[in-house]
Design a protein around this ligand. Structure first.
Ligand code: SIN
Length: 253
């Protein structure tokens, strides 16, 4: 058993884990790590540099792995999403989103390892959707409680509740995002836009966020069921490479 500790990174979200080697995780460590993860929503592990097989093994402890419906994996490992980028060449992740929420059963957890960090920039922002829900007025909470929203991309479409209940914590989180959510069920895109924009804006307010500046070997995991994230593409023409292992999720309720 490793005597790791978790240090809070902001008021609303995130913790950095000290004195834990993910390659040596035993069952006690894993159970304590899960407790911390449900609480912090995002966990940062510095200087891990896990070989790809160990990255995959770590992911499998949380459940079956998800394969991205349209983006390529690392050679020989289709379940490890390759995010290789120079500057603004691929900006699909430069938007507040929850991974692949256009699927009927969107991924639950994402585990991202930095393979090559740019010399500057390239941070990832995370925002607590528990916090986003908690800060809404009682009137707006009651208004959006029955709403469902259509999420679409990659030629797929799914309808999910606007407020979802986390299966581990029982807490409610706002579940709409800029990347995938198109409109509310029963309303037009135009009718939906003002409220959708408002909810995503509320859900990404700076005081609900934390920001990670990457170094090669860092691993950050987040819970897509209660977190939105945003990759900042501000590194000019410099290279940035990340590997993501993603855990299959359940139908949001
Ligand atoms: C992602 O959106 O899953 C990737 C985030 C990043 O590259 O920082």
């Amino acid at each position: 058993m490793q005597k790791f500790t978790v240090e809070k990174l902001s008021g609303a979200i995130g913790g950095v884990v000290h004195d834990l080697d993910l390659a040596l995780l035993d069952d006690d460590d894993f159970n304590r790590l899960c407790d911390a993860f449900w609480q912090y929503q995002v966990l940062v592990f510095k200087r891990q540099a896990l070989p790809i097989d160990q990255h995959i093994e770590f992911g499998k402890r949380f459940g079956r792995l998800h394969t991205h419906p349209s983006s390529a994996g690392v050679d020989g490992h289709p379940e490890v999403l390759l995010l290789r980028n120079r500057g603004k060449s691929k900006t699909i992740t430069e938007v507040w989103h929850s991974d692949v929420s256009c699927e009927e059963q969107p991924p639950s957890i994402s585990i991202l390892q930095c393979i090559e960090s740019p010399p500057y920039g390239g941070d990832t922002l995370f925002a607590s959707q528990y916090g986003a829900f908690g800060e809404l007025s009682d009137g707006l909470k009651a208004m959006i409680e029955p709403l469902r929203a259509v999420h679409a991309n990659f030629g797929m479409e799914a309808t999910h509740p606007v407020l979802r209940t986390h299966p581990e914590t029982g807490r409610k989180a706002l579940y709409v995002n800029k990347g995938f959510t198109k409109y509310f069920e029963g309303m037009s895109v135009e009718e939906s836009r003002p409220l959708l924009n408002y909810l995503v804006e509320q859900g990404s307010k700076p005081d609900l966020t934390m920001r990670h500046s990457w170094e090669a070997g860092d691993i950050v995991m987040w819970d897509n069921r209660c977190v939105m994230h945003y990759a900042v593409h501000d590194y000019g023409d410099m290279p940035r490479e990340m590997h993501r292992v993603t855990i299959a999720g359940e139908r949001p309720i």
